[in-house]
Design a protein around this ligand. Structure first.
Ligand code: MTE
Ligand code: MO
Length: 336
């Protein structure tokens, strides 16, 4: 898979020399006080060696843990920006099925059963059916990639994901030529999801998101099964979640149980709830304000009251060079 070298967006080409990759990894890991012997080890070993400090024990299936340890370095990274500490990425979450507060998912998501996990594939597709996680995620496709995550609420993180390019997963399912959109649906299991049982029911469950098929096939679109060298913690969307780094975080739907190929653009959760505030496209765009706040800047986590760590938001979250052609001719202030 080829990801073009973006000067302005700080990503690296997949064909760079291993030396360049290691140099680059070293750069973003500066300050983490690491032993150089850890560089070049597979992701899981790196985590064990403390490259991602503070990572807690993984409790996913053994086959998946083993597979993650074999992940290739996807050579997509965020140069000169620190990886968000694991503790922040796993304790400051949006996952409304587990509650509306940022700490609720970490508090409540341990109740979620992720084995067995069945994903229904249907619609305009050559290979519909019920797939297990193992069917969908093959070791040869697994990569580690570091992406910015920019929430529409104007905070952001930098997260090292483990996953498979969505394009490869979709190709194997053989969508028909009438498949113009891909719709994703989150698990709906109120007895294990505390947030679904409480008063916060603005959301019409299940949580739904969707992409145009060309967006879904873009090489940056990732189906994640892990982060920080381990399986996904439940609060981050175990065992299978979408990551679309140039879009606001709400597009990156968690704990997916259904993938549908459609001719027409489907209704999605946030757009349905407040269409004047959240669009279908939801591309990160510093020039298009949310009706209630500016999107020109963001708070990079972690921050504090005295050091909020504010930075300029980049067009398409810094992935403009890779993705802008997807939106050629569109008025992004209308199709926000
Ligand atoms: N099913 C589901 N997926 C979801 C959400 C949610 O509430 N439910 N929140 C979204 C939002 S608003 C963001 S910013 C990201 C946050 O991902 P993280 O908690 O892993 O950082 O998940 C997205 N995916
Ligand atoms: Mo978000």
């Amino acid at each position: 898979m080829l990801i073009k070298t973006p000067r302005r967006s700080d990503c690296l080409e997949s064909e760079v020399t291993p030396e360049a990759i290691y140099l680059n990894r070293r750069r973003f890991m500066q300050g983490a006080a690491l032993s150089t012997a850890a560089f070049g080890l597979p992701a899981m070993a790196q985590a064990e060696a403390g490259i991602y400090p503070g990572v807690d024990a993984a409790d996913g299936p053994a086959w998946l843990g083993k597979m993650l340890s074999q992940a290739r370095w996807g050579a997509v990274t965020v140069e000169g920006e620190d990886v968000t500490p694991y503790a922040d990425a796993t304790h400051y979450n949006n996952f409304y099925e587990f509650g509306p507060d940022k700490g609720d998912p970490a508090r409540n998501a341990h109740k979620l059963t992720t084995e067995p996990w069945v994903v229904t594939v249907d619609g305009e597709v050559g290979k519909p059916g019920q797939y297990s996680l193992e069917d969908l995620v093959s070791e040869s496709m697994l990569e580690e990639r570091i992406y910015r995550l920019r929430c529409v609420e104007a905070w952001s993180m930098v997260i090292p994901w483990l996953g498979v390019p969505l394009a490869g997963l979709i190709s194997r399912l053989q969508p028909t030529s009438s498949a113009k959109f891909v719709r994703f649906e989150t698990l709906s299991r109120p007895d294990e999801m505390a947030g679904m049982r409480t008063g916060f029911s603005l959301i019409d469950w299940p949580y739904v998101e969707a992409l145009r098929i060309d967006e879904a096939m873009h090489p940056l679109s990732l189906m994640a099964v892990g982060m920080y060298g381990r399986v996904l913690p439940n609060q981050n969307g175990a065992p299978l979640r979408l990551v679309v780094p140039w879009k606001y975080g709400f597009k990156s739907i968690k704990s997916i149980v259904r993938i549908s190929f459609l001719q027409e653009q489907p209704a999605t959760t946030w757009e349905t709830m407040a269409p004047q505030e959240y669009g279908f496209y939801a591309n990160v765009n510093p020039k298009v304000s949310h009706p209630r706040w500016s999107q020109a800047r963001e708070r990079r986590l972690p921050g504090s009251l005295f050091s909020p760590n504010v930075r300029e938001t980049l067009m398409f979250n810094g992935y403009e060079e890779e993705v802008s052609t997807l939106y050629a001719g569109m008025d992004l202030s209308k199709d926000y």
